[in-house]
Design a protein around this ligand. Structure first.
Ligand code: XIL
Length: 581
C-alpha cells in the first residue's frame, strides 16, 4: 500500500512515469519544482509507520540494540529503505510537516549513508536528525566516526503541535527553518557527500506517536534532484550458481545464507549475489525479538517482511531465526516478572511472530542455543541446559512449550533447535543428544537440529567426519540436520584452511540423507558479523566465501567443486529420509 492523498501539491515531478523522476532547478535562486515524497511513494514497508489520509502515522517503537549481556541499548530507529530516497546535485531543500497530537517528541532523520547492523551494534554512519522536542527544535549530526552525534544543537522555543520544518543543504551549510523562519545554520561537513538522502522517522518520549503530514524536496538554484524508489527485489537468475548445483544433486539440498534487509535494499551487488547464488535465506537479525517486538505488544515486522518478499521474488525458502533465545531481547523482556508472566511473554511472542509469518516461512529456529557454556551446569542438575531467564521461569519445559506453541501457530513449518559448538565430541554434544532424546520421548514436535559451525579461532576447527557422526546420530532419532551459520575466520594466507573447512562440512551435508541445507552466516565479508567493530569504521572480517568487494574466494570454488563432485557420484541414500521440502 502506498500513501494516497487527494491533494497533490507537486506538479512537475510527479507527472513523470516510472520509478524515478527528475526535477531540474532553473537559474533562479528560488526553489525549483517540488517532489512529493509521500504521495504515491512507499511508506507501508517502513517499520512503525502507517500510511493514513492525513500523512504517515509514526508509532513510538523505541527500538534499541542491546549488547550480548543485555546491557546498553543503542537506538535503532527504522529507515524507510523501501521508500523514496533522493539523489541530488547542487543545493536541495527538504520540507516536512510534523503533526503532534499528544505531545510526542517527533524526529525526522535524513541519512546520507544508511546504517549497518553488525554484532549487537549498529554502525551509525553519516546523517542528521531534526526533532521537535518539547517546544524546541533539536538538531543532531552524525559524522560516521562514532555512535554518538558529533554535533547536537537546540534552536528556538515555543513550537506547537504542527510544525513546518525545512532543511536547506547549501554547499557546506545546512540551514534550518521552522514555521517559515530561519532558526539556525550548522556546518554540513561531509554528511551528504554521496549526494543521496534516505529518510527515517522516530517517535520519542511524551506520547504514542505523531504524523508526518508532508515531506517534499526541491532543488535550490541550479541544483537537480531526482527521487528514487527502492529497487525491484527480483534479480536475474543464472543456471550455474551454487543453488543450481545443489538443486541438481540426486538428493537436492538448499544452499542458504543469512541476509539483512538493509544491504539488500541499498547494495545492488549484495542483492544480486544473494538471489543468484542461494536458494534459502535466514534473517541475520531482522526476526529477533529486539527487532520485531521492541515494546510489549508493539510489533515491527517490516524488515522481516522485506526478506520474505525477497525470498518469494527469487524462489528462495525462508529459514526463520529465531523465536526463543536469551540474546537480542528488548529490555522489557528481561525485566523482573513472575514466572507466569515470563511464560506468557514467551508464548505470546511465539504466537504473534510465527503467526505473522505463517505460511511465508518454511522453517523456524524455535529454540536457539539452549546448551550451557558453564561446567557447573553439567553437574548441578541442569543437565547442560543454559539457566537463562526462560529456563528460570519454566525449567527445561520451556522448550516443550516453545515447540508446541510454534507448532500451533504454524502447523506446516519445520521446527528446529539451533546450537553452536556441538559439531564435535564432548559434554556439550552428549548433553544435547540426551536432551533431544528426552524431547522426543515427551512427544515434543521438533523436526531437526541446526549446527551453527562458527569457526572464529583455530581451536574451533572441527573435523567433518566427527560432524558426520552427529548428523547420523540425529538420523537415528528421526531428526533432520542442517549446517546453519557457517563462517570461518582465518588469517593472512589461510584461505585454503577456510576452503577446506567449508567444503568438508558441505560434503557431509550433501551425502547424509537427513541433512537438508547448508547455510553460511552471510556471504560477503563486507557485512560479515565477524567484522572488527572496536573502532570506526569497522574493519571487515575474512570469514565468508566472498570478500568485501564481492570477489569469490577459493572457498566459493571449493563449495562448487563439492556440489559438482557429489552430483557425479551420488551417495547411496538408503531411504527418502530428510528429503528437502
Ligand atoms: C549474530 C549476528 O550475526 C549479529 O549481527 C548480531 O549482532 C548478533 O547475532 N549465533 C546465532 C546468531 O544464533 O543469531 C548470531 O548472529 C551469531 C551466533
Amino acid at each position: 500500500m502506498r500513501v494516497r492523498r487527494s491533494v497533490v501539491s507537486a506538479v512537475a515531478c510527479v507527472l513523470l512515469a516510472g520509478a524515478s523522476m527528475s526535477c531540474t532547478g532553473g537559474s533562479a535562486p528560488a526553489p525549483g519544482p517540488v517532489a512529493d515524497l509521500l504521495d504515491g511513494r512507499d511508506w507501508a514497508h517502513f517499520a512503525g509507520a502507517e500510511p493514513t489520509r492525513s500523512g504517515v502515522r509514526i508509532t513510538r517503537l523505541d527500538r534499541r540494540i542491546t549488547r550480548q549481556d543485555g546491557s546498553g541499548g543503542q537506538p535503532n530507529p527504522p529507515v524507510n529503505l523501501r521508500g523514496p530516497h533522493l539523489v541530488f546535485q547542487g543545493g536541495v531543500r527538504v520540507e516536512a510537516r510534523l503533526i503532534r497530537t499528544d505531545g510526542t517528541d517527533a524526529y525526522l532523520h535524513l541519512y546520507g549513508e544508511t546504517p549497518v547492523v553488525y554484532d549487537e551494534w549498529r554502525h551509525e554512519r553519516r546523517g542528521v536528525r531534526i526533532g521537535v522536542v518539547g517546544g524546541r527544535l533539536r538538531f543532531d549530526r552524525w559524522d560516521g566516526d562514532s555512535d554518538r552525534p558529533a554535533v547536537t544543537r537546540t534552536f528556538g522555543r515555543g513550537f506547537g503541535d504542527d510544525v513546518r520544518l525545512a532543511v536547506d543543504v547549501r554547499g557546506d551549510r545546512l540551514v534550518l527553518e521552522a514555521d517559515g523562519n530561519v532558526v539556525g545554520t550548522v556546518p554540513a561537513r561531509d554528511v551528504f557527500r554521496h549526494r543521496r538522502i534516505w529518510f527515517g522517522a522516530d517517535a520519542g518520549d511524551g506520547g504514542r506517536g505523531w504524523t508526518l503530514g508532508e515531506l517534499r524536496a526541491m532543488p535550490l538554484g541550479r541544483g537537480r534532484v531526482s527521487v528514487r524508489d527502492a529497487p525491484a527485489l527480483k534479480v536475474p537468475r543464472s543456471t550455474d550458481a551454487l543453488r543450481d548445483l545443489a538443486a541438481g544433486l540426486r538428493r537436492p539440498i538448499r544452499m542458504g545464507t543469512a541476509l539483512a534487509a538493509g544491504p539488500l535494499l541499498t547494495d545492488g551487488a549484495y542483492r544480486r549475489t544473494a538471489g543468484e547464488e542461494f536458494s534459502m535465506l535466514t534473517p541475520e537479525n531482522d526476526f529477533k525479538a529486539q527487532f520485531v517486538q521492541p515494546r510489549r505488544g508493539v510489533f515491527a515486522f517490516e524488515e522481516g517482511d522485506t526478506l520474505v518478499d525477497f525470498a518469494d521474488a527469487n524462489g528462495m525458502r525462508v529459514h526463520a531465526h529465531t523465536l526463543v533465545w536469551f540474546e537480542a531481547l528488548p529490555s522489557w523482556m528481561r525485566a523482573e516478572m513472575t514466572h507466569e508472566d515470563r511464560r506468557r511473554v514467551m508464548t505470546e511472542h511465539i504466537r504473534a511472530v510465527a503467526g505473522h509469518f505463517r505460511g511465508k516461512v518454511a522453517e523456524w529456529d524455535v529454540v536457539n542455543e539452549p546448551m550451557s557454556d558453564e561446567d557447573e551446569d553439567y553437574t548441578n542438575g541442569n543437565r547442560g541446559v543454559r539457566p537463562h531467564l526462560w529456563f528460570e521461569a519454566m525449567g527445561e519445559q520451556y522448550m516443550d512449550i516453545a515447540f508446541r506453541t510454534a507448532k500451533e501457530a504454524d502447523p506446516h513449518a519445520v521446527l528446529y533447535l539451533n546450537e553452536y559448538g556441538v559439531e564435535e565430541d564432548g559434554p556439550r554434544w552428549d548433553a544435547l543428544y540426551a536432551l533431544l532424546v528426552r524431547l522426543k520421548q515427551r512427544g515434543v514436535p521438533i523436526d531437526g537440529v541446526g549446527f551453527q559451525n562458527h569457526e572464529y579461532a583455530a581451536e574451533d576447527r572441527t573435523d567433518p567426519e566427527v560432524f558426520r557422526r552427529k548428523v547420523r546420530a540425529l538420523a537415528g532419532l528421526g531428526l533432520k540436520a542442517r549446517v546453519s551459520e557457517m563462517d570461518v575466520l582465518v588469517g593472512e594466507g589461510e584461505e585454503d584452511v577456510q576452503a577446506r573447512q567449508f567444503a568438508g562440512k558441505l560434503a557431509v551435508c550433501a551425502e547424509e540423507p537427513n541433512c537438508t541445507s547448508f547455510s553460511t552466516w552471510g556471504f560477503t565479508d563486507g557485512y560479515g558479523s565477524t567484522a572488527d567493530i572496536r573502532h570506526y569504521p569497522p574493519s571487515p572480517g575474512d570469514a565468508l566465501p566472498w570478500d568485501a568487494a564481492y570477489e569469490a574466494k577459493s572457498t566459493y570454488w571449493a563449495l562448487r567443486d563439492v556440489l559438482g563432485r557429489t552430483r557425479r557420484r551420488p551417495p547411496q541414500a538408503p531411504d527418502g529420509q530428510g528429503a528437502v521440502g
